[in-house]
Design a protein around this ligand. Structure first.
Ligand code: CA
Length: 216
């Protein structure tokens, strides 16, 4: 899962990014509304955590402009706690709302919920032939036999599975799993190689020059 956090308080931003990375999210960050909007428009995030009081563009303006092109789920973060603000955030196309100070576990739960809703994934399980993926427990089984994947391997498999039938470019997959921080290398190939070895089946197809695909 790849998320963007737009927050101008440096310490809070750092702590949020660190906590989300520990939860195995790929995290990109922005410290003002303009930078945030530009990243949000130019990448496909699974969710955006958006502060309201921001320099350059405030959170409401970011959301209003973003909604012209993208439906990426947005969780507002704000110090404001009046009813009118909450209503404005949700009416403007925000998906959820958290008032500072908040508990990290609550943010994680809300992120999982908005991501699930936006993926229109009615159940937590994805089945592709013999392979079943439990997206809530983040576990994988082949023919009922549990397979142990690392967090990155799981993230790659889950993303391809959610988009099965579609070719996912290396850039898109890399961004989804690693965010903007690490440089591109053959890491993806190594992870895909390991997934194939562990699943002992050729679920993931390589489309040379295009990317990866689960065809079923
Ligand atoms: Ca702020």
């Amino acid at each position: 899962m790849r998320v963007l956090v737009i927050e101008d308080e440096a310490r809070l931003l750092r702590n949020l990014a660190k906590a989300l990375r520990e939860e195995d999210y790929a995290v990109d960050t922005a410290t003002d509304g303009e930078e945030g909007l530009s990243k949000a428009e130019n990448s496909d995030y699974d969710a955006i955590v958006l502060d309201i009081m921001l320099p350059r563009l405030d959170g409401w303006q970011v959301l209003e402009r973003l909604r012209k092109t993208k439906k990426t789920p947005v969780v507002f973060l704000t110090a404001r706690d009046t009813l009118a603000d909450r209503v404005r955030g949700l009416d403007g196309g925000g998906d959820d709302y958290l008032v500072k100070p908040f508990d990290l576990s609550e943010l994680f739960a809300r992120l999982r919920a908005v991501i699930r809703r936006s993926a229109a994934q009615p159940t937590a399980e994805i089945r592709l032939g013999d392979v079943s993926i439990d997206t809530r427990a983040r576990t994988v089984a082949v023919g009922g036999r549990p397979v142990s994947l690392t967090a990155k391997e799981y993230a790659i498999l889950e993303y391809l599975a959610q988009q099965h039938g579609k070719v996912v470019s290396r850039t898109e997959l890399y961004g989804h799993v690693f965010g903007e921080r690490e440089d591109t290398s053959n890491l993806l190939d190594v992870h895909v190689f390991n997934i194939r070895r562990k699943l002992a089946c050729d679920l993931i197809t390589t489309r040379r020059g295009h990317g990866y695909c689960i065809e079923k």
